[in-house]
Design a protein. Structure first.
Length: 294
């Protein structure tokens, strides 16, 4: 299965799961007198829309290169990640506002059975996080990683709701707003997660160097190609699920231009064969009489 198909399958999993959970949480929160569950439902609803954005971003970013986009459309993915973060921040602000309003508004204690619903939700969301984050690592997808962290933040808000409802039920009258405080805490955690998702996507847009492990692999593979004496500069930039590489390779200064050209193609083909995640690879040949670094 290709990286694109893997990512798309994981996104559909998120859409279906979030749709079902949004309905379950909303109904349980309404009939169970729990705003923490209703807050959870609001977040799951925004997650549905953000997952559709991720789906669009994955499909668009994997469109082949064309005349206007010679490096492909991969940069669309971190842009979609920014929109997903926007959804997270919006849901956090809505939850925080509603929590503050409900804290000052008298209401009934949550129903005990809401704890059972939350327990199931926590288990499912943590399972969803682990599955989607695994797929995001396999596909090098920043937007899919953002989608995975939606599941983790949802699990945390559900844990907060579980604690809040438990406090309200244990201490009884006078502690009805405990789950509202839990929802307020959850909104702060969502904002924190928003930053964790936003920061790597910003680095991707700005071509920040974050790929030392990949550079090491490229140098190691290059050193095993016959005719390549050493490597110098190695610049990597991520675009969608692919990494574009600019590499300076050192060869014997006495070989012909054609031999140097052939070595460059051999090195490029070898790197793309060994590292499937590479996109464009540009090899610049340097003569061996220059100072080199492995």
């Amino acid at each position: 299965m290709t990286s694109e198909k893997t990512a798309i399958k994981a996104t559909y999993f998120s859409i279906v799961g979030n749709t079902c959970l949004a309905i379950i949480k909303g109904l349980a929160g309404f009939f169970g007198n729990s705003y923490a569950l209703i807050a959870d439902a609001i977040e799951s609803t925004t997650d549905i829309f953000s997952s559709f954005l991720v789906l669009f971003g994955i499909k668009y970013s994997n469109k082949p290169a064309d005349e206007n986009h010679p490096y492909g459309h991969g940069r669309a993915e971190p842009l979609i990640t920014f929109l997903v973060v926007g959804f997270l921040i919006t849901s956090a602000m809505i939850i925080a506002y509603k929590s503050i309003v409900n804290i000052s508004t008298p209401h009934n204690l949550p129903k005990p059975w809401t704890l059972i619903v939350l327990g199931i939700i926590i288990f499912w969301k943590e399972f969803s996080f682990r599955l989607v984050i695994k797929r995001s690592i396999q596909t090098n997808s920043s937007s899919l990683k953002a989608d995975a962290w939606h599941h983790r933040s949802d699990a945390i808000t559900s844990i907060a709701a579980f604690v809040g409802i438990s406090i309200a039920l244990f201490f009884g009258k006078g502690y009805e707003s405990a789950d509202d405080w839990a929802a307020l805490f959850a909104s702060g955690f969502i904002l924190y997660n928003s930053y964790l998702i936003f920061r790597p996507a910003l680095g991707e847009i700005m071509d920040e160097h974050l790929y030392d492990d990949l550079v090491h692999k490229i140098r190691t593979i290059s050193s095993n190609v016959e005719g390549i004496i050493a490597t110098e500069k190695c610049f990597i930039r991520k675009s969608g699920m692919r990494y574009h590489v600019d590499l300076h390779a050192v060869v014997d200064a006495d070989i012909s231009v054609k031999e140097g050209h052939d070595l460059a193609h051999l090195l490029k083909d070898t790197l793309q064969k060994e590292l499937f995640e590479l996109g464009h690879v540009l090899i610049h040949i340097e003569p061996s009489n220059k100072i080199t670094t492995k």
